[in-house]
Structures are given as structure tokens and as C-alpha cells.
Design a binder for this molecule. Structure first.
Ligand SMILES: [Zn+2]
Length: 295
């Protein structure tokens, strides 16, 4: 091997080492463009049935739901995707799981278990709120928006029908508007096309998938090593909705949900992409959690 060849080998080893370790400080500028996806634990939602999804108890392996938040790190910036069910300021971590009841403004009650705040998980991964360039929510329901006010200084990527219902009078149900009220004054990009390429290189793409809510969207990521992945939002909740073709009872427009699901199946096929159902507790348990990451 020539001296030049050896230099190339050493450079390759250095690049592999830089990309391979979890928990290190992320490169903030320059260097090899690399895409990363961090998965945060934003709690567990306890249910003892799946009636709201037209699924019998015995048809569903597990009725509890995971609640996940995600951070995408791109060489041109960062994107938070869904920001939790319980605001960090609304509970006190103890080091052990904290089981608590959430009461929604419409008096609906939810039974959740929380383990870590979102901000502590961001910090463990080496990020603070100020590092977040973009915020995108799959939709406005309570379990996806709890810490949204913290990200009001980021640029909010949303769709007009979703934003309109979020700030409508009276406010929508199944959410806690006070948890996202600060977004009213955020720098905002209103997406008016089916797909929105966040960083301009087709690796991080918001895709319209309406029906569950008027402006519901999913997130496509083309990760260099993991490959293409779609984060579902609430297009599905249980994997059995997909395998048994069942629709939620309470979606904003169930025909739209069915059409969005059909379109997504075609897209997944075309891209060879995995679908990560965010509320799928068994699927979520298998995911690497931050400060580890997918690249
Ligand atoms: Zn929802």
C-alpha cells in the first residue's frame, strides 16, 4: 500500500469513528453533512381497551401507547417533531416513573406515566431549546404539543387548516391550547403543498396526511445508514389498525384518513421506507433512545 492509500484508510476510519459513537457532542457546523434522528421518551399513555379505534380488546396485542418526541439534526439546522404529552413544567421528575392523570379542558381524563422531561433529554443529547431551528407538529392533539410554547422561538412549519383549528373559537377539543398558545406569534411557514422539503435535499420531508385532524402531517426521513423512515403522527395509533384496516371513530374526516393511509402505503412502497407508528408501544420499545441516535 502506498503512503497515499494509507492516508485514505486513516481518513475513512476517522470518518467512521466520528459517525459511530452515541452521546457525543454533535458537530455544530462544517464537517461531513450527516443526518441524525434522536428518539425521546415523552411518556406512556394507559388504556385498557381500543374501542376508539374499532378494535376489540383481544385484537390488540397491547392497549397502552408510547408517546415519543423526535429531534432531527441536519447539517443545515435542527427540527423538533412532536413535543410531548405533559409540559416539563407540569410535573416533577423523581428518578422513578411518575404516574399521573391529565385532565383536558373538555374534562376528558388521561392516565399517563412520565419518566424524563423533554428538556433534560435534549440536554443529554447536547442540545438546548435555542438550538432548535424548526418545530413541526404531526397535529394539535394534547399528546403531541405539550412543550410547544418552549419552541416558540423556532420557525413553526404548519398547514393552514391545522393552524386555523388550533386558534379557532371555541378552541378545539382533545388538546390543551394553553400549551401551544405562544406559537401564535412564532415565525411561521404555512405549507400549502403536499410535501415540504425542510432542508432542500429531500432527506427531511413533511408530507400532508389529513383526516385525523384537518392539517395532519407525517415526516419522511432518508437516513444515510438506517435508510428511509416515515414517522406516522397519528395516521395510525395501533399497528392492528394497519393490519386489520380499522379507522378511528373520532377522526376529523375518516374518508380523508383512509385516503391518506392508502397514499402513504404507495409512498412507503416506492421509497422502500419503514413506517414507525409513534404510539406503537412494542415498536417504540425496540427503538434506540437518545442520547443514542439513528443516522
Ligand atoms: Zn391525535
Amino acid at each position: 500500500m502506498t503512503h497515499k492509500d494509507w492516508l485514505a484508510v486513516l481518513a475513512a476510519i476517522a470518518i467512521a469513528a466520528a459517525g459511530g459513537c452515541a452521546g457525543e457532542q454533535p458537530p455544530e457546523s462544517g464537517g461531513t453533512p450527516s443526518l441524525r434522528l434522536y428518539v425521546f421518551d415523552c411518556g406512556t399513555l394507559h388504556y385498557d381497551n381500543a374501542d376508539a379505534y374499532q378494535l376489540k380488546r383481544e385484537e390488540v396485542a397491547r392497549t397502552d401507547m408510547s408517546m415519543a418526541c423526535f429531534l432531527v439534526k441536519h447539517s443545515k439546522g435542527t427540527l423538533m417533531w412532536d413535543v410531548g404529552a405533559v409540559a416539563d413544567g407540569g410535573w416533577t421528575p423523581t428518578g422513578s416513573p411518575v404516574r399521573m392523570k391529565i385532565v383536558l379542558p373538555d374534562k376528558g381524563e388521561r392516565d399517563v406515566t412520565m419518566r424524563k422531561t423533554l428538556k433534560s433529554q435534549l440536554a443529554e443529547a447536547g442540545y438546548s431549546i435555542a438550538d432548535i431551528t424548526y418545530l413541526a407538529l404531526s397535529h394539535y392533539h394534547w399528546a403531541h404539543i405539550a412543550n410547544a410554547n418552549d419552541f416558540a422561538g423556532s420557525t413553526w412549519l404548519t398547514r393552514k387548516p391545522e393552524r386555523d383549528v388550533m386558534f379557532s373559537t371555541p378552541p378545539p377539543g382533545r388538546t390543551i391550547p394553553a400549551n401551544y398558545s405562544a406559537l401564535a406569534n412564532s415565525k411561521t411557514v404555512i405549507i400549502d403543498q403536499d410535501t415540504y422539503d425542510v432542508f432542500g435535499d429531500d432527506t427531511v420531508v413533511l408530507k400532508s396526511a389529513p383526516g385525523h385532524t384537518p392539517g395532519h402531517q407525517v415526516l419522511f426521513l432518508n437516513l444515510p445508514k438506517t435508510g428511509p423512515v416515515v414517522l406516522s403522527g397519528d395516521l395510525y395509533h395501533y399497528p392492528e389498525e394497519r393490519t386489520l384496516s380499522r379507522l378511528p371513530v373520532l377522526d376529523f374526516n375518516r374518508e380523508q384518513t383512509a385516503a391518506s393511509r392508502a397514499a402513504l402505503e404507495i409512498f412507503l412502497n416506492e421509497k422502500g421506507a419503514q413506517l414507525w407508528i409513534q404510539h406503537d408501544i412494542a415498536g417504540n420499545e425496540k427503538l434506540r433512545k437518545s442520547p443514542d441516535y439513528y443516522d
